[in-house]
Design a protein around this ligand. Structure first.
Ligand code: IPE
Ligand code: IPE
Ligand code: MG
Length: 244
């Protein structure tokens, strides 16, 4: 890996923005409403976020929709979230196609129901020719599991004699991750005031700028995204080198 072009300079616009969309439950609770209302409102925040990213010329937006740990939630909430995904995809797909959005899903599909697997597969296929903005949806995603699966595949290749252990380096490893071919996120935003990664893009975020917003996801608007990007642009990315 060479020294990135932004070395020693203030950052320009991010190519890849990742968002941990958190706070839907608290948004609903504050209003005495069921959590699903917060999730519905969160889906609205996502709609305009995609539009705004597209307008800003951001090439990749990765969103944490459902973590591999979110199965711990009550069954009715899991069902509500999967139901919302179905509604959202069916409703938004034509608009996404019109806007030149390419959809890609990462995460383990084994535990998802058959119709959801089919729906996300079809959404990927329908949008595969689009190139304006790639929206990567992390669904039943867990970063540690992703890394373990990559290690396992590399071990199998080595046992099969297709790869020497000493040939495994960072680029080779990256290519085994579900994000292969996607540049690492420049900016990662987490809403709702929590300041942790919750098993999201652990490998990929090695040098990502983290911005934590106190705003609950359903209230996160274009101005909040602009503010996070401005904060990013004030940062000096050093990648371990001396300050410029
Ligand atoms: C984020 O909001 C959405 C998902 C995790 C699917 P939460 O549901 O985690 O909201 P809080 O953190 O309970 O407020
Ligand atoms: C992370 O949020 C997952 C998503 C936003 C989909 P959580 O609300 O599940 O994370 P924790 O449990 O607070 O760490
Ligand atoms: Mg949460």
């Amino acid at each position: 890996m060479g020294v990135p072009a932004t070395y020693g300079q203030k950052s320009s616009a991010p190519v890849h923005v990742a968002i941990i969309m958190d706070g839907n439950g608290r948004w609903a609770k504050a209003r005495g409403l069921p959590r699903i209302v917060g999730h519905n409102q969160g889906a609205e925040a996502l709609r305009w976020t995609i539009r705004h990213c597209s307008a800003l010329g951001i090439a990749y937006l990765t969103i944490y929709a459902f973590s591999s740990e979110n199965w711990k939630r009550p069954q009715h909430e899991v069902d509500d979230l999967m139901g919302l995904l179905r509604i959202y995809l069916n409703r938004e797909l034509p608009e996404l196609v019109k806007e030149g959005v390419r959809l890609k899903f990462i995460g383990d599909r084994d535990r998802l129901s058959r119709d959801v697997v089919d729906l996300i597969g079809e959404s990927e296929k329908t949008t595969e020719a689009n190139s304006r903005l790639t929206v990567v949806v992390a669904l039943n995603y867990g970063s540690r599991n992703e890394i373990v699966q990559a290690a396992r595949r590399l071990a199998e290749s080595a046992i099969d004699g297709k790869l020497l252990p000493e040939e495994i380096d960072e680029p080779v490893f990256s290519r085994e991750l579900t994000t292969a071919g996607i540049p690492d996120p420049d900016l990662l935003i987490r809403t709702s005031g929590e300041q942790r990664l919750s098993n999201f893009l652990l490998w990929q975020s090695a040098y990502t700028e983290l911005v934590f917003s106190p705003v609950l996801w359903p209230d996160f608007g274009p101005d909040d995204l602009d503010a996070a990007i401005s904060e990013f642009q004030r940062r000096e990315r050093r990648y371990g080198a001396s300050s410029g």
